[in-house]
Design a protein around this ligand. Structure first.
Ligand code: GTP
Ligand code: MG
Length: 304
């Protein structure tokens, strides 16, 4: 069993490049206009985006004035705190204290990490003592069913699948099965799609309606999985999927790789109120999905 240190270390490793860039700016020790210009560039390069970068630097300037900060380490601490405060808008645990079955519908663009995240989430939920059922709603490819089946086996969790090509029908059946078996949580996988593929976005709406038909009020959570290496593009993905199916939360994956990490800050700033980031993905193993923690993340970006 890998403890907190394991995944946090992987997150820090993944965000090392961003951290080195940002921390390096404070090594000169001088707080001047040039530092602010360099910070602006570094934050933009880290995928923080224009709106959040502007806001952060404004807040940093007023803190420097108000608190009379003179030393570079103090200013770095202040920036880390501002980032943590901004990120905390996205920190909210997935509420498991709800009547069963809790139904999570998962969507996202192709290859974002949906199926892998579902596999890891099934493990995390099992660790919380919850019984889990998976629905193979990606009916486009046989390989997609197989992939989910492998995650099911790894977790000792059942997967509801059909040969049929209709995701709404598969997931409808899975909801009925979850009710009949008194399962705590059902997670429904869906095929990847681009927001520009309007017929596929309509299909997603149909899947959601089918779930509501099988269990009125469900799905209680509609989760968009975002690839952390997609940069500012994830903001457009959030807007489009939200418009189609009404999102309740996010999972951001691949933060152990080439992702720059600032995209979480952009997400925190992009929507009011911000969507919760329930989990972040930091690898491909079972335990590599962890609840998002704003302070830990800010420290991974700006050093402890
Ligand atoms: N390093 C790393 N790789 C990940 C992570 N999450 C997913 N992946 C990898 O990303 C690739 C795509 O993951 P999938 O889970 O198949 O993505 P998907 O969204 O289900 O893809 P489609 O169903 O084809 O749309 C796989 O090679 C995964 O192993 C992560 O957190 N870290
Ligand atoms: Mg998939």
């Amino acid at each position: 069993m890998i403890g907190k240190g394991g995944w946090l270390a992987r997150l820090k490793e993944g965000l090392a490049r961003t951290r080195v860039n940002l921390v390096g700016l404070f090594s000169g020790g001088v707080i001047d206009e040039a530092l602010f210009e360099e910070l602006e560039i570094a934050l933009l390069q880290a995928d923080v985006g224009v709106a959040a970068t502007t806001e952060l630097l404004q807040k940093l300037r007023s803190r420097i004035k108000l608190q009379g900060l003179k030393a570079a380490p103090q200013v770095r601490d202040a920036l880390r705190e501002e980032i943590a405060t901004l990120l905390s808008a996205c920190e909210r645990p997935l509420d498991l204290q709800r009547p069963r079955p809790l139904i999570l519908m998962v969507a996202g663009v192709n290859g974002a990490g949906k199926t892998t995240s579902i596999g890891k989430l099934a493990y995390w939920l099992s660790q919380q003592g919850k019984s889990v059922l998976l629905a193979a709603g990606d009916t486009f490819r046989a390989a997609a069913r197989e992939q989910l089946a492998v995650w099911g086996e790894r977790n000792g969790v059942q997967v509801i699948a059909q040969q049929s090509g209709d995701p709404a029908a598969v997931i409808f059946d899975a909801v009925a099965a979850a009710r009949a078996r008194s399962v705590d949580v059902l997670i429904a996988d869906t095929a990847g799609r681009l927001p520009t593929q309007l017929h596929l976005m309509d299909e997603l709406k149909r899947v959601k309606r089918a779930i509501d038909k099988a269990l009125p009020g469900a799905p209680q959570e509609v989760i968009l999985v975002l690839d952390g290496t997609n940069g500012q593009n994830v903001l457009a993905q959030v807007a489009a999927f939200d418009a189609a199916i009404g999102l309740t939360g996010l999972i951001v994956t691949k933060l152990d790789g080439t992702a720059k990490g600032g995209v979480l800050v952009a997400l925190a700033r992009a929507r009011l109120p911000a969507l919760p980031v329930y989990f972040i993905g930091v690898g491909e193993q079972l335990e590599d999905l962890q609840p998002f923690a704003a302070r830990d993340f800010a420290a991974a970006l700006l050093g402890d």
